[in-house]
Design a protein around this ligand. Sequence first.
Ligand code: GTP
Ligand code: MG
Length: 206
Amino acid sequence: MDSNSFETIDQPRAEDRLPASVSTSAKIVVVGGFGVGKTTMVGAVSEIRPLTTEETMTQAGVGVDDTAGVASKTETTVAMDFGRISISDSMVLYLFGTPGQERFWFLWKGLFEGALGAVVLVDSRRLDVSFDVLGRLEDLEMPFVVAVNNFPDSQQHSIEELRTALDLPPAVPILYCDARDRSSSRDVLLRLMHYLYSLTAASEVS
Ligand SMILES: Nc1nc2c(ncn2[C@@H]2O[C@H](COP(=O)(O)OP(=O)(O)OP(=O)(O)O)[C@@H](O)[C@H]2O)c(=O)[nH]1
Ligand SMILES: [Mg+2]
């Protein structure tokens, strides 16, 4: 290997280092159907340069990938997204975004290992792509919140309409979000953490 090869590797930035005050971390998975905004959300909230594994969508995917409703999409996640966000001085969340296309779903098992909970991102124009995702989370017994990502041409559905359409029990939090917006995406993660806390508190009482 040529001795100059290492010069091409970026040096870590100060903000990529874990603050010394951090004593707790949790793994959270951002999951959802194809093109619902998972990579966008991880990138919007991450304090470190997010790791993405985006590949250009090519003709090879025609007939294999279901691009209905997201025809303008040019790139797709083929392995995972990774980011980190502090939710207090002492706690960080490590975020793992899953690939949305079904042919990469075999990677899910590893991505969920050790995870505390999940954010299910939903595009209300294409609720059907969420059904398998929700079913799989229930099989994994993974607690989750549902975040409805608003696209410009989305129709406004009430939370209760969405709950019925997605067949979700009353306890599962559902909230609207804009995956491109840092504070909106952060609110989703905080809601998940409150939900996980309430589940733990309830199991300690019973
Ligand atoms: N208008 C609008 N566009 C969004 C929003 N979130 C994502 N997008 C756009 O929607 C497209 C899909 O976003 P991605 O973040 O790649 O979606 P993904 O779920 O990671 O997609 P896959 O990894 O291929 O499953 C991109 O072109 C984004 O710019 C949003 O909240 N509003
Ligand atoms: Mg993606």
